[in-house]
Ligand binder design. Structure first.
Ligand code: 5GP
Length: 175
């Protein structure tokens, strides 16, 4: 049986998401945004975040990325599911569950940048900066966390535990 240690409670997450949403609403005052949620992990955070925003949200779209580890560890990325929204001239807010090495978001941002949006920013629920392999810094981050594998609030272990309301450190059977 996997075991769990509480890292961040549902109440703490709720309060912080509201705080970050308020900041986003202030920063984009007078503008509207297109939200791009990175599946699957960001679906719960996206649902909570957008409901706290007070600025107009023109569209909410989703993207799913697949990474293929080639002979080099940098990997290659393809869209398993692309957005269907035309983002040219739009303010794009990418919503992600967690930034780890930063590879996924760096590549995604580059790929979306080619479609000439007015702006692109990144909002993540959790950030593990100690694991970063590049210069990616999210524009908005709810929680900076240590290098632990966490589940809940959309994050899975082998497809499981996404529905947990709190963020938990998982101690798997293999440890
Ligand atoms: P990156 O390209 O930044 O290394 O990858 C980020 C992705 O790795 C996240 O979207 C998530 O799917 C996965 N990931 C990184 N750290 C964790 C973690 O602690 N728990 C879970 N469940 N997934 C993680």
């Amino acid at each position: 049986m996997d075991k769990f240690d509480l890292m961040i409670s549902e109440e703490e997450i709720k309060a912080k998401v509201k705080e970050v949403a308020d900041k986003i609403s202030r920063d984009y005052d007078g503008e509207s945004i297109v939200v791009i949620s990175v599946l699957t992990g960001a679906f719960i955070f996206t649902a909570d975040l957008v409901r706290e925003l007070t600025i107009p949200v023109d569209k909410i779209d989703t993207v799913q990325i697949s990474s293929y580890e080639g002979t080099k560890s940098t990997g290659n990325f393809i869209f398993k599911k692309d957005i269907t929204t035309d983002i040219s001239g739009k303010n794009v807010l990418i919503v992600e569950d967690i930034v780890d090495t930063g590879r996924t978001l760096k590549k995604l941002r580059e790929m979306l940048q080619m479609r000439e949006p007015k702006s692109i920013k990144i909002c993540t629920a959790f950030d593990k900066p100690s694991r970063r392999v590049n210069d990616l810094v999210p524009d908005y981050n709810c929680f900076t966390i240590p290098d632990e594998f966490v589940v809940g609030y959309g994050l899975d272990y082998d497809g499981k535990y996404r529905q947990f309301k709190d963020i938990m450190i998982v101690r798997t059977d293999n440890e």
